[in-house]
Ligand binder design. Structure first.
Ligand SMILES: Cc1ncc(COP(=O)(O)O)c(C=O)c1O
Length: 459
């Protein structure tokens, strides 16, 4: 009987590893000509437009940008079917944190693609499921009481599992305290927690969410005001509050950040009243300069449930021992594709190497990028890029007059000039960047030129 498992032979095969390394070298060599923004090429424009049009017809709604990627990129640069190259500062809304065609991700994907199945599930997982779960718990448990991680396929599904766990723990309580301008996802219940009426047009209201204003740095009484409202909700619905859900830094809602002192009174009150605390870190995970924003804010001890996704290449709900749901409450067929789970492991492993902390690469990218925006705001684009800031790789600025029309016009102009990003907030309407952690000084210089040109075109 052989003392080696076939799967291990496959995984450890020197020949396969050599072949994979060779493929990666070839891919990097082919991609190496993607070095900076490029305008569309007439030769490809018509065919690319046909793809864009087909997407619009098939899914019933046009794409926001006429974007179809070719499958090639290098770092922050991505090549499109129309022959253009864009600098990508939104990375699929926060998925490709290491940029495009990162060798560690290609390597993990190739190795994973050789395994026996495409999708892993909760009944028959392979070892990527085990490794990713353990990695998450190891990272989370350094600064929190989180002990379990349940994998799923999206941030919204992770949110549904979080809410179920809180509600089961506090059964039969149903009300959720959430922030004004919150974003929690697109399922029915996550859309209800999301504070944006445009996302629930025509849907019934469940009226299970109570709102508290997020931190307003312009209002010296902001902390007290929010806490008073929080307490009044609890008093009015005593015994019927299932959870307090918050983003440690708001994403979609406007890239609003808050100091630790803002959260503390509410968190202490939750502890006193036994209200489960759910930190929605779907967007902040890996991005604020620590793996979890609760570490950055030093509030991890309060967190009972935490949701992550995006950078993870999967979704996950982390629970403390007490909040771990009873069998039967959370499950589902898919936990993620083998390639996605392996890529999530590779991304976390890479990010452990010098990216986190005050002197880490993420903070450096933040400083370079915010510094560049401030320079423009004080120089050639005077007053046209206000209030630049955020945390780590989540950076926003209020462009032009802060109106929706101008922000949308700027997005399209930036795109035309070779830079992709997106908006957030509801007034002022902001320009948000989900920066790749691998952004270099020379890339920031490229961004500066495009942003300057685009803002001045519209000013
Ligand atoms: C804070 C937050 N929560 C939840 C979600 C939903 O995640 P998903 O789009 O993967 O369902 C998002 C997505 O942008 C988010 O930013």
């Amino acid at each position: 009987m052989s003392d080696q498992l076939v799967g291990h032979v496959l995984e450890q095969s020197k020949e396969i590893k050599q072949n994979i390394n060779q493929i990666i070298d070839q891919v990097l060599e082919i991609n190496s000509s993607i070095k900076g923004p490029r305008q569309p090429n007439d030769k490809f424009v018509e065919q690319a437009q046909a793809h864009v049009d087909k997407v619009g017809v098939n899914r019933g709604r046009p794409l926001f940008y006429p974007y179809i990627g070719t499958g090639s990129g290098q770092g922050p640069y991505v090549e499109l079917e129309d022959g253009s190259v864009k600098i990508d500062l939104i990375n699929g809304i926060g998925i490709h944190i290491l940029g495009h065609s990162h060798p560690a991700i290609i390597k993990a994907s190739l190795q994973a693609a050789l395994s026996d199945i495409v999708m892993q599930g909760n009944l028959q997982p392979n070892k990527e499921y085990s490794i990713l779960g353990e990695k998450l718990i190891n990272l989370a448990s350094k600064k929190s009481r989180l002990k379990h991680a349940w994998l799923t396929t999206s941030g919204s599904m992770a949110g549904e599992n979080a809410l179920k766990a809180c509600r089961q723990y506090k059964s039969p309580a149903k009300m959720i305290i959430a922030m004004k301008n919150a974003f929690a996802g697109r399922s029915m219940m996550m859309a209800e927690i999301t504070d944006n009426e445009n996302y629930t047009v025509g849907l019934p209201k469940y009226n299970e969410v109570l709102r508290v204003p997020f931190y307003d740095k312009k209002d010296p009484k902001s902390i007290e005001k929010s806490f008073e409202i929080f307490k009044s909700h609890v008093a009015k619905h005593e015994g019927d509050i299932s959870s307090f859900c918050f983003e440690p830094m708001q994403g979609e809602g406007g890239y609003n950040s808050a100091p630790r002192e803002f959260f503390l009174p509410m968190l202490d009150f939750c502890r006193e009243k036994g209200i489960p605390v759910w930190a929605d870190e779907v967007q902040t995970f890996c991005r604020t300069g620590e793996f979890f924003a609760f570490e950055r804010l030093d509030i991890g001890e309060y967190v009972d449930v935490c949701t992550v996704a995006k950078t993870l290449q999967a979704g996950a709900t982390l629970f403390t021992e007490e909040l771990n749901p009873k069998p039967g409450l959370v499950s589902g067929t898919f936990a993620g594709s083998t390639v996605a789970l392996a890529s999530g492991i590779a991304a976390l492993t890479e990010l452990e190497d010098g990216y986190m902390g005050e002197k880490g690469k993420i903070q450096n990218v933040h400083n370079m990028f915010v510094g560049m925006l401030n320079e423009l705001n004080e120089g050639s684009c005077r007053g046209l890029l206000q209030d630049a800031g955020g945390m780590g790789l989540m950076v926003a600025t209020t462009p032009l007059d802060g109106s929706k029309e101008k922000m949308l016009a700027l997005l399209k102009t930036l795109y035309k000039n070779g830079l992709m990003t997106f908006g957030c907030g509801k007034g002022p309407f902001r320009l948000r960047f989900l920066l790749p952690a691998t952004l270099k000084e020379e890339d920031v210089a490229v961004c500066k030129k495009i942003i300057e040109k685009s803002v001045l075109e519209l000013a």
